[in-house]
Design a protein around this ligand. Structure first.
Ligand code: COS
Length: 385
């Protein structure tokens, strides 16, 4: 089928619902939550009540049964107002729920998905470690099999885990080294409930951005999980993590696109009402051209991201475009936040004005879930094939 993009009526209605929710429920709190570096369980639950948990999981598996574009649109609409809340939803759906749904056994799905899709609880993705970020195969966390108890014993730590230390988080998918195969570390994933003895979770503080989202540091001290809590096969861990990140790149792209759209909306409003030299500043070409450049790049970013979603939905290879979208949408977000801030002048430097928060939040997007440099590695590898 030739590429043809349209937003279904269902997706349009969802967009309207999330936009209205973000304006009514998130916007009034965003400043204070950011200032106080506070993750809000009640607000997260409200997003759950709206149907933003388990969005792409079919209804028969307890999810919302929506297509991927609908999920992306929801994340975009949240990010238009607040990157932190968008991060909670993006990470829960694409990094938390998705691997459980795609790689979980029927028993694992039945055990966890109902509680992860009903808006009550979050699930996190434990890949990154203090010494292992871009080089995601160099994890040091280990899992040793104890054949007597049929349990795995996990030792090590994870860092920068979105939703990892939230009080409404139920568990974490953890990649650990389970041995060596053909001279390389053998990596395997495990589903680790947060109440496992020996697991300690600490919320990371003093972040520059996404201050109202939860970022956790996790410590595993002889944490035991039953073999039935292994996700996928022994040695399949890296593939699970990488395939999960291929999808995750789409939701990070949506965060970039949403942030850019939010920055444009703020700057446009301001440029229409702020006067200088006797006219609204939008009448000065220097400002009008900035807005034109922001809008043009946003259009290009949207087309790239939605095409990547379309490819995914059609079951076609989408990974190269997902990496391009992640790279480009985060660049557009940073551009729009900076130009938006420039239009606000001195006010753009004040925390009271949301554009200041957008400027800080944009920085995460070129670093988190695979840096811009990693996206370029992925894209260039596809070009070489
Ligand atoms: N999907 C499925 N399998 C994949 C894959 C993908 N997207 N990417 C790699 N693999 C597989 C390869 O096919 C290869 O399999 P075999 O061993 O069977 O041949 C294996 O994984 C190793 O692949 P590769 O040699 O390409 O791995 P590298 O160590 O060179 O790493 C990159 C590749 C850099 C792309 C990877 O490490 C990466 O994405 N890093 C960034 C991680 C990241 O985003 N971290 C932030 C997380 S925040 S939540």
């Amino acid at each position: 089928m030739a590429y043809q993009f349209y937003e279904s009526e269902e997706t349009q209605l969802l967009r309207q619902a999330v936009r209205a929710f973000a304006a009514k429920e998130i916007a009034p709190q965003a400043f204070a939550l950011d200032r106080d570096e506070q993750f809000s369980v009640p607000l997260t639950r409200k997003m759950g009540e709206l149907g933003l948990f388990g969005m792409i999981v079919p209804r028969e598996a307890h999810g919302q049964g929506l297509d991927y574009l609908s999920f992306i649109v929801a994340v975009e609409e949240l990010a238009r107002v607040d990157g932190s809340q968008a991060a909670t939803i993006a990470a829960h759906n694409s990094l938390g729920v998705a691997p459980l749904f795609y790689y979980g056994s029927p028993a694992q799905r039945e055990q966890w998905l109902p509680r992860l899709c009903n808006g009550e609880h979050l699930w996190a993705f434990g890949l990154t470690e203090a010494g292992s970020g871009s080089d995601a195969r160099s994890n040091r966390t280990t899992a040793r099999y104890d054949s007597k108890s049929k349990q795995w014993i996990i030792n090590g730590s994870k860092l920068w885990i979105t939703n990892g230390a939230a009080e409404n988080t139920l568990g974490i998918t953890v990649q650990a080294v389970t041995g060596r195969a053909e001279g390389k570390p053998q990596l395997t994933c495990f589903l680790v409930p947060v109440d496992s003895p020996g697991l300690r979770r600490v919320a990371m503080k003093d972040k520059m951005m996404w201050r109202a989202s939860n970022t956790g540091e996790l410590y595993f001290d002889n944490v035991r999980v039953a073999d039935r809590e292994r996700l996928g096969e022994v040695g399949q861990g890296f593939k699970i993590m990488m395939e999960t990140l291929d999808n995750g790149r789409l939701s990070i792209s949506a965060m970039g696109l949403g942030l850019a759209k939010g920055a444009l909306a703020l700057a446009l409003d301001y440029a229409k009402q702020r006067q200088a030299f006797g006219v609204p500043i939008i009448d000065h070409q220097a400002i009008a051209f900035k807005l034109a450049d922001m809008a043009t790049r946003i259009e290009a970013a949207e087309n790239l991201l939605y095409k990547a979603c379309w490819l995914r939905q059609e079951g076609k290879p989408f990974q190269k475009l997902a990496a391009m979208a992640k790279l480009y949408c985060s660049e557009v977000a940073e551009f729009a936040a900076r130009e938006g801030q420039q239009i606000f002048g001195g006010y753009g430097l004040m925390k009271e004005y949301p554009i200041e928060r957008f400027y800080r939040d944009a920085a995460l997007l070129r670093i988190g879930e695979g840096t811009s440099e990693i996206q370029r590695i992925v894209i260039s590898r596809y070009l070489r094939r």
